[in-house]
Design a binder for this molecule. Structure first.
Ligand SMILES: Cc1cc2nc3c(=O)[nH]c(=O)nc-3n(C[C@H](O)[C@H](O)[C@H](O)COP(=O)(O)OP(=O)(O)OC[C@H]3O[C@@H](n4cnc5c(N)ncnc54)[C@H](O)[C@@H]3O)c2cc1C
Length: 377
């Protein structure tokens, strides 16, 4: 596999770099973490700028290399990340692109690309996280609608979302993986209550959702009725396989900043710390290579990432925690001050080994599907 960039791809890089140099100074200041309407407007505004400049669909249409160049250059330039557009751009959108009908693609994809609509993910329930197929939210057919009742939890960005990729049980009698359907639920439908949950880092990043006889048109079902588990696997393969790759570039930037800070405050004299930063540097470089490999392989096999994404997710989420632990070591006693740079990220990095499937679950997937070990119960 050739992982080097062609002259055309390097030309794309140069054009993008020039454009970023021009537009980034014109951006408004970033809103505070709890200013949700502000965050929504900011993230959608950035997506609109990308759209107008012809970069909006880079995650979906670009070649793997172009996508990676985009992530490298935007991160290096300090451009905004996807933010509230995470679900729409990085896993609901790609799922609809892969599994939706032409009408569904025409209805839902352009507003995501134009920065007009935000999506959230309603998969987890109080008793269905790792064991997602244990979900109980029920959808009963009534004419042209499903009538949905139940509850969801840990729904990131629910407060500002227009749409929810929702998993429901459409056949309670079927074996648990067989009776599930994947729906696009409009978040302004009557019967939806969103109750924010506060994270350790202090922000109301996600929410509980209570669904009380919410009517969702049958036409909003992506995939066949009761075939939602297969569609869900497509969503999860995007979520674990490609959705986090841009953040590796951010981690490499933070690592560089840590080395500079350590030189400045004298911590660089500690050989153990230097070794730790060096090992992390090697780790993030290896993760970037793994990313290139995963993305190229996904493209070669029809665009849906394979189980290699679980290897990435497993190692990346731990490396990210180790990075911010190293940041605390560089800061020394100042790390107790949560106002210091990197420290809010340190708190949020703890969630990475849980979100999008815990490390134990990724290990099970790697064991069963890559190493061919016997299936756990
Ligand atoms: C920051 C964050 C954002 C999130 N955003 C969303 C979102 O937007 N939408 C959404 O639907 N969900 C979201 N989630 C939920 C997330 O997907 C679940 O938390 C995750 O899948 C784990 O499920 P659980 O919390 O029910 O833990 P449990 O499944 O109860 O697991 C508890 C512990 O048991 C272990 N365990 C469970 N089963 C096994 C097994 N078979 N083998 C070995 N160990 C096992 C787990 O690894 C874990 O350590 C988010 C979570 C976080 C932390």
């Amino acid at each position: 596999m050739d992982l080097s960039y062609t002259p055309e791809e390097e030309e794309f890089r140069a054009r993008l770099r020039e454009w970023l140099g021009k537009v980034l100074p014109t951006l408004p200041p970033k809103p505070s973490p709890d200013d949700w309407p502000g965050r929504r407007a900011y993230d959608l505004g950035w997506q609109r700028m990308l759209y107008d400049a012809g970069y909006a669909d880079v995650h979906w249409e670009g070649t793997p290399s172009v996508r990676l160049i985009f992530l490298e250059e935007t991160e290096k330039a300090g451009a905004p990340y996807v933010g509230a557009n995470f679900v729409g751009l990085l896993h609901a959108g790609p799922t609809i692109a892969a599994e939706g009908t032409p009408e569904q693609r025409a209805r839902w994809l352009p507003p995501v690309l134009r920065g007009e609509e935000v999506w959230c993910q309603g998969f987890s329930e109080p008793d269905a996280g790792s064991d997602l197929a244990a979900l109980r939210t029920r959808a009963r057919r009534d004419g042209d609608d499903y009538v949905v009742s139940g509850s969801k939890i840990w729904t990131s960005h629910a407060e500002v979302a227009d749409w929810c990729e929702l998993l429901v049980r459409t056949d309670p009698e079927a074996p648990k993986h067989k009776g599930i359907s994947w729906l696009a639920m409009p978040m302004d439908a009557p019967g939806i209550t969103v109750r924010p949950l506060r994270t350790l880092a202090g922000s109301a990043e996600f929410a509980e959702m209570f669904l009380d006889d919410v009517r969702v048109p049958v036409a909003n079902r992506v995939g066949d009725e009761n075939d939602g588990w297969r569609v869900t696997m497509v969503t999860l393969s995007f979520e674990r396989g490609t959705a986090f790759v841009g953040e590796v570039v951010a981690c490499r930037r933070v690592l560089g900043e840590l080395a500079v800070a350590a030189r400045r405050n004298g911590r660089w004299d500690d050989a153990a710390l230097r070794r730790r930063l060096g090992r992390l540097n090697a780790e993030f470089r290896a993760l970037w290579r793994l990313t290139q490999w995963n993305v190229s392989e996904a493209e070669a096999s029809g665009g849906v990432p394979g189980v290699g994404g679980s290897v990435f997710k497993l190692r990346y989420s731990h490396a990210r925690q180790e990075l911010y632990d190293a940041a605390a070591e560089v800061l020394g006693p100042d790390s107790l001050d949560l106002e210091r740079p990197w420290m809010p990220d340190r708190l949020s990095s703890l969630s990475y080994t849980i979100a999008a499937g815990t490390s134990q679950i990724q290990r099970n997937i790697v064991g069963e599907r890559i190493l061919g070990l016997p299936k756990g119960r």
